[in-house]
Ligand binder design. Structure first.
Ligand code: DIG
Ligand code: MN
Ligand code: MN
Length: 394
């Protein structure tokens, strides 16, 4: 039996808010006692994680005094030193406090927009102090319930202005550079919840938005499985587009039923096949970033079950990684792929960049259209082999 023990090189991370989730939901009170950041770091070390991430207020309460902040941070640093757990990513909570009830960077209130910048600059300082190299922006409150009171163009401009301002802050403080080295931003999309509709609702929308920024090379995306899946979209296709643009700076792994609220289930808990194709893609392309499990245990879990949840996220990733290696080594699968992608070279003259003579020759070429339509593809055979690989009978 192979060993699916997580190791640092796997770069498995969890947010303080994930294994520290106390089970509150819109219809129920907390079910688990709160753990301190130090206790969470030790729990993550016990289960074999590599890193821990945090929102500013997961670590430092929003009303902490400067001396309380310093004590919390020094205790946290000691826990990191004692365990070897690192901090690859940090982010700002711009969604819990009532001040953000109408958004943060896109609030209609200029005082709130300014406060969101104030809070984020302090949170970036904290993240950098703890070693973060990726800074995530999830705009949980950047949206509307009615479009009567906010022009989406104006909201987009405010969000762009905030990210340009914060990019300059990062450059001005030497946290990062214009070529994208050092601290980078990763924008996380979600279609809705907690707002009725959230702006920039998919990873694709974020990729388009990034190109409108002053320093696009500093900004990438943090796609989350649950968020594209909530909207009924193919998460892998969004990840592939981000990778194609060199913008997959981070990724939030979990699982989700289509058309449900944001379930943030254990990785692989709902759709093993899409989890397999995602892991295969990340491993095949050599993604070298964090494998961040932005997920939480069932509300029915006690802390032993929370640890099982965390171990399950990592074990499932490693098992699927092994299945991807088996897929790539499976002669029957590879033979089918060769058949599917067969190319007799007859179209080589028409491939690649445009040339006038190429276009003329192609226009003049006589295709046997009925023959094109007669060619089937053995996707049923191939997919069944994947299913049997995942069921452990290959
Ligand atoms: C929710 O999916 C968001 C917040 O948890 C956090 O801002 C971000 C970081 O992964 N994901
Ligand atoms: Mn989520
Ligand atoms: Mn997330």
């Amino acid at each position: 039996m192979a060993n699916y023990t997580p190791k640092p090189e796997h770069k498995f991370t969890f947010g303080l808010w994930t294994v520290g989730n106390i089970g509150r939901d819109p219809f129920g009170e907390p079910v688990r006692p709160a753990l301190s950041p130090v206790e969470i770091v030790h729990l993550l070390a016990e289960v074999g994680a590599w890193g821990v991430n945090f929102h500013d207020n997961d670590l430092v309460p929003i009303d902490a005094t400067p001396s309380q902040r310093d004590k919390i941070v020094s205790d946290f640093k000691k826990a990191l030193a004692d365990t070897g757990i690192v901090v690859p990513m940090a982010t700002t909570n711009l969604f819990s406090d009532p001040a953000f009830r109408d958004g943060a960077f896109t609030s209609n209130d200029p005082k709130v927009r300014a406060y969101a910048l104030h809070k984020t600059m302090h949170a970036i300082d904290l993240g950098v102090e703890l070693g973060a190299k990726i800074y995530v922006f999830w705009g949980g409150r950047e949206g509307t319930e009615t479009d009567a009171g906010k022009n989406p163009l104006e909201a987009g401009k405010w969000f762009r202005e905030a990210l340009n301002f914060l990019s300059e802050y990062v450059l001005d403080n030497g946290y990062g550079a214009a070529d994208g080295s050092g601290l980078k931003f990763a924008l996380e999309a979600k279609p809705n919840e907690p707002r009725g509709d959230i702006y920039l609702s998919t990873t694709g929308a974020m990729l388009g938005f990034i190109e409108t920024l002053d320093h696009p090379e500093m900004v990438g995306v943090n796609p989350e499985v649950a968020h594209e899946t909530m909207a009924g979209l193919n998460f892998l296709h969004h990840v592939a587009q981000a990778w194609d643009r060199g913008k997959l700076f981070h990724i939030d792994l979990n699982d989700q039923g289509i058309g449900r609220y944001d379930q943030d289930f254990r990785f692989g808990a709902v759709n093993l096949k899409s989890a397999f194709f995602l892991v295969k893609f990340l491993e095949d392309v050599g993604y070298d970033g964090s494998r961040h499990f932005d997920a939480h245990a069932y509300r029915t879990a006690d802390y032993e079950d929370v640890k099982a949840f965390a171990r399950g996220c990592m074990r499932t990733y490693l098992i699927l990684k092994e299945k991807a290696e088996q897929f790539n080594a499976d002669s029957e699968i590879q033979a089918l792929l060769a058949e599917i992608t067969a190319d007799d070279g007859s179209m080589d003259g028409f491939k690649g960049a445009y040339l006038a003579e190429k276009a003329a020759a192609l226009k003049a070429y006589t295709f046997d259209r009925p023959a094109l339509g007669r060619r089937g593809q053995p996707y049923e055979r191939l997919d069944q082999l994947v299913v049997e690989l995942l069921l452990g009978v290959r």
